[in-house]
Design a protein around this ligand. Structure first.
Ligand code: PMP
Length: 396
């Protein structure tokens, strides 16, 4: 059969993920130092694993409601109330706030984009961006308008406002950001939401790395007993009316392969997204929903502290050879290739690859080709080895 005839234009318009391609390239290199990885290097906590295993053994393996098992759904609502000051009945029938337990953060973003973006609609995303954003928009026939946030990687209202048009449906904030790790301040979050409100535009807040926010980027929430947390536009008064919150379990608890996340926001929007969930993912994997219920009793402070130390090591070493914007969270550094080398990020990536060090060239995340992403979600000894090579290459 002529399979090429069968594949449609929508699919042809989309490139395979640049990260996957780097993955493939690196697969056949023995003894490589892999700093391309976008997932934590610690195991899933035992209590979380046990809860998922128990669910399987106890025959909790069937479909759940579209929005998730009631226990997890309720628990997320409680977390929104504690963390963000959202209504105490969040997620429950009759509440202004809806929640869907999703198949990863990606699953939440997909059903959100399907629900809001039609042909020719626009969504404003940061540049550099998480690789999936533009393609997810394209699948809906929509246009992901890039908001360049170089050199400090802050998506501010001042940078977003000139890009807004009559077709803008949403602005997507990703803080801490992939690939930069940069965390927006409370003031920046609040101003962005204020702008979105004034233009009748939805603010989607992709907070997949929220727990991976280091002490220096955390801010007082003003909420009693909560202490310092990752700043979020979702803490603004009545934010649930205008913010679609997207969060994940994969990065925080080391279970990226479980494909678990949740999304919460205005009930009518969540109801529209629920239709998309029904006819695509149906529900998130049942036993893993039970596993994730346990995450709300699991403290990851030690792991986050370990990642902070690694962040400090990377920043200290690479600052000697290039201009680093110190990331406040996630587990990436997005570093410019020193100008004196006169190399694109792709060329620099190839030089590092020749020395068996795998990083991701910046053009995978951006319309620019000037930076590279390094992930420090690896053992200290591996990281040190990689930094030795990169430092030497960057000295030129
Ligand atoms: N958003 C961002 C910013 C990410 O970095 C990622 C994963 N790398 C995702 C969403 C998707 O995460 P998940 O595995 O939960 O689908």
């Amino acid at each position: 059969m002529e399979i090429e005839r069968i594949i449609c234009d929508r699919t042809r318009a989309i490139d395979a993920s640049g990260i996957r391609r780097v993955f493939q390239l690196g697969r056949d290199i023995p003894d490589k130092v892999d700093l391309s990885i976008g997932q934590p290097d610690f195991p899933v906590p035992d209590n979380v694993k046990d809860a998922a295993i128990r669910a399987i053994l106890e025959d909790r393996n069937g479909y759940t409601l579209t929005q998730g098992v009631p226990e997890l759904h309720e628990r997320v609502g409680l977390h929104l109330a504690e963390d963000l000051g959202w209504p105490a009945d969040s997620g429950r029938a009759g509440s202004d706030v809806g929640t869907i337990v999703s198949t990863g953060t990606s699953g939440a973003l997909h059903i959100a984009f399907l629900a809001i973006l039609g042909q020719g609609d626009e969504i404003i995303i940061p540049d550099p961006y998480f690789v999936a954003y533009p393609h997810m928009a394209k699948l809906c026939g929509a246009n992901a308008v890039r908001c360049p946030v170089y050199p400090d990687f802050r998506m501010t209202a001042a940078r977003v406002e000139p890009l807004m048009t009559k077709r803008t449906k949403a602005v997507l904030l990703n803080s801490p950001g992939n690939p930069s790790g940069v965390v927006n301040s409370t003031k920046e979050c609040n101003e962005l939401l204020e702008l979105c409100r004034s233009k009748n535009v939805l603010l989607i807040s992709d907070e997949i790395y929220d727990e991976f926010t280091f002490e220096d980027a955390r801010e007082e929430t003003g909420r009693p007993g909560l202490g310092k947390r990752c700043p979020s536009p979702a803490r603004v008064d009545r934010a649930w009316e205008d913010v679609l919150l997207v969060r994940g379990f994969g990065k925080t608890f080391g279970c990226t392969g479980w494909r678990m996340g949740y999304t919460s926001g205005p009930r009518p929007l969540i109801e529209a997204m629920s239709k998309m969930q029904q006819y695509s993912f149906v529900c998130a994997p049942t036993p893993l929903q039970w596993g994730c219920l346990e995450t709300f009793r699991t403290d990851m402070t030690a792991q986050v502290e370990q990642y902070r130390q690694r962040r400090d090591m990377v920043v200290e070493r690479l600052s000697k050879v290039t201009e680093i914007v110190k990331p406040g969270g996630a587990f990436y550094v997005f570093a410019p290739v020193p100008k004196k080398l006169e190399l694109t990020s792709r060329e620099f990536f190839e030089r590092a690859l020749a020395k068996k060090v795998l990083i991701i060239p910046g053009d995978v995340f951006s319309d620019r080709d000037t930076h590279f992403r390094l992930s420090y979600a690896v053992a200290d000894s591996v990281l040190e080895k990689g930094l030795d090579v990169l430092e030497e290459l960057m000295r030129g």
